[in-house]
Design a protein around this ligand. Structure first.
Ligand code: TYD
Length: 137
């Protein structure tokens, strides 16, 4: 399954906005060790262009609109993160690109591991080699 979205629980307080929440292991299929976010990017920004050997992540966009392009080496799919209650689970061995559809959109990421540059695959051909023969969900 290349696209795995989750609906983030959102509680609206009349006239006072909405609180959205998810919990590690309960609402996403892993514990969360690291959070980071990308902000201040102009419209048309392309980021990503890598996969991870082990890292599992959930991506969400609390403000704006960001297109996420996923590729597991066999199929590709696009998902638009354009609502604060939409989350996208990105499993390991998934090539990803993120495209800013609106300036200043904020991309938030919660990950199951600490930052480790050696977990990245940044070369697309190396990624294709790595997924060859793997059993994909
Ligand atoms: P990178 O993961 O390549 O971001 P993107 O794919 O969105 O361009 O990270 C960008 C830079 O930030 C890179 O120099 C590594 C650094 N970085 C950290 O120091 N810690 C982190 O947790 C992350 C995700 C990145």
């Amino acid at each position: 399954m290349i696209i795995q979205t989750i609906s983030i629980k959102s509680v609206t307080a009349q006239g006072m906005g909405t609180l959205s929440v998810f919990e590690g292991s309960h609402d996403v299929p892993f514990d969360i060790k690291r959070i980071y976010y990308i902000h201040g990017a102009p419209k048309g920004t392309h980021r990503g262009g890598h996969a991870h050997k082990a890292l599992r992540q959930v991506l969400w966009c609390p403000y704006g609109s960001i297109r996420i392009r996923l590729d597991n080496g066999r199929e590709k799919a696009d998902v638009l993160l354009d609502s604060p209650d939409k989350g996208l689970i990105v499993e390991h061995y998934m090539w990803r690109e993120m495209i800013w559809e609106k300036k200043d959109s904020v991309l938030c990421v919660a990950a199951d591991s600490y930052y480790d540059e050696s977990d990245y695959i940044r070369d697309y051909n190396e990624f294709l080699e790595a997924v060859k023969g793997k059993d994909l969900d």
